[in-house]
Design a protein around this ligand. Structure first.
Ligand SMILES: O=C(O)CCC(=O)C(=O)O
Ligand SMILES: [Fe+2]
Length: 344
């Protein structure tokens, strides 16, 4: 058995007494995050969504989706105490004894819709990511009791968080699609929001953070991600232009545009490349909720967008399950997946 194989059989959380970074986690120089790569003075928009009907709010959302592909929302209606509860539930899971956590290990999880793993794609990566994650899937056509096998330590909080996030996701998607002179209807609903997935991402303290990466550069491939994050400047999310810090802000939710919205809008909206840096002294939790297509959706620019603007599709059509295979078949690698279906 190789050293990499041994490492990925257990969670990072079980390595906590290390003083140096194990070699499988050492990133090549060009992927390490150094301060000269950070763009200062270019703040991520923070949008107050206390009144969804306000035209100004819609304009700010569409503007941010067009320019950076990422923004934060505040006054969204989820109380700070409710957000803290779901973060605490995630920590509760990663603090369970190893043998309890192992029951959910990918490939042998006691649940078909919740599983734990480490890094992103450990068998394809030349350097591993410094992160464990527990994924929960809300897919159509599940038996009504599909959450029964989820970890009792966090199950209730995951269900509650999902119920609170879902209507916010729908409101943002409605605004973005309306701005394309289109509407959400039976023809596109399953593509825009047929599935929801939630991660508990856990980034433990890292002995040599400057050599590691928490989550490698990528854009999310779904439609829209609503992410709850804790952290600090040195253990946090960064998004591209150069790299812009996405400051953890109490009560705020990060919204990021995924590839499917970029494709559907024929490049009007931009999916945003992002990555996560890790820290020597504090661990970090983030909880993204990924809203996306059902697997058999055909992804292509919306006919209305092409028609209204008299333009040609910039992407070839693709069934979402094939798009997923492309993304999950390689390490995190910037925007390679969307580039692979771009028409010349
Ligand atoms: O931890 C974060 O802030 C972001 C994680 C992320 O990009 C992802 O899970 O897709
Ligand atoms: Fe992401």
């Amino acid at each position: 058995m190789t050293r990499t194989a041994r490492v990925i059989e257990k969670s990072l959380v079980d390595f906590q007494t290390l003083t140096t970074l194990p070699s499988p986690y050492i990133q090549p120089l060009q992927e390490r995050f150094t301060s000269d790569k950070i763009l200062l003075g270019s703040p991520v928009p923070v949008i107050d969504v206390s009144n969804w009907e306000n035209q100004h709010v819609a304009r700010e959302i569409c503007d941010a989706a067009t320019k950076l592909g990422l923004f934060q929302i505040v006054n969204h209606g989820i109380a700070p105490s409710e957000l803290k509860t779901v973060i605490a539930a995630a920590r509760g899971f990663f603090e369970l004894p190893a043998e309890e956590r192992r029951r959910y290990w990918r490939g042998s999880s006691v649940s078909e819709t919740a599983w734990l793993t480490t890094s992103f794609n450990p068998y394809k990566e030349s350097a591993l990511e410094w992160r464990d994650f527990l994924k929960f899937e809300f897919l159509p056509h599940q038996p009504h009791d599909f959450t029964a096998t989820w970890p009792p330590v966090c199950k209730g909080q995951v269900i509650d968080h999902f119920k609170r996030i879902k209507p916010i996701t729908e409101k943002i998607l409605n605004i973005l699609i309306k701005n394309l002179s289109s509407t959400i209807d039976e023809s596109n609903e399953a593509t825009l929001m047929g599935t929801m997935r939630m991660n508990f991402n856990y980034y433990p303290e890292c002995p040599e953070p400057s050599l590691a990466i928490g989550t490698g550069r990528h854009s999310d491939i779904n439609t829209l991600t609503l992410l709850l994050q804790e952290g600090s400047v040195l253990s946090s999310l960064y998004a591209r232009a150069k790299w812009i810090h996405v400051p953890p802000t109490a009560g705020a939710i990060v919204v990021n545009i995924g590839d499917v919205l970029q494709i559907l809008s024929n490049d009007r909206y931009r999916s945003v490349e992002h990555c996560v840096v890790v820290n020597k002294f504090c661990s970090r939790i983030s909880i993204p909720v990924f809203c996306g297509p059902v697997h058999d959706s055909v992804i292509e620019p919306l006919p209305k967008v092409l028609e209204n603007n008299n333009e040609l599709a910039r992407y070839r059509k693709i069934v979402y399950s094939d798009y997923l295979k492309g993304f999950f078949g390689r390490p995190h690698d910037g925007k390679k997946t969307i580039e692979s279906i771009k028409l010349a």
